[in-house]
Design a protein. Structure first.
Length: 91
């Protein structure tokens, strides 16, 4: 599964460049892919936490690319490898 992840927010409110991640390169790719499939793709994003990060995740290889936003507090353990891979120096 090919995904784009962009981190924004934090104390400075910065938006970092998006990072493309192939789940095949991650530990437990099947768990990450299941967590990605379970995301609320059509729901509006939850309000951000003050000074918290938000992750804009786009599934690039979906028949119709889809995007969702996940707050840091809502990142599940199975989704964590994807988020970690998208951090600077994380791959």
């Amino acid at each position: 599964m090919k995904l784009s992840v962009q981190r924004s927010g934090g104390l400075a409110g910065l938006r970092l460049p998006a990072v493309e991640v192939d789940t095949a390169t991650l530990a437990a790719p099947a768990d990450v892919e299941a967590a990605v499939e379970a995301l609320a793709w059509d729901a509006p994003p939850a309000p951000p936490n003050p000074d918290g990060f938000q992750y804009t995740i786009t599934q690039l290889d979906h028949p119709q690319p889809r995007t969702t936003i996940v707050n840091e507090r809502d990142v599940s353990p199975d989704l964590r490898p994807l988020i970690d891979a998208a951090r600077p120096g994380g791959h």
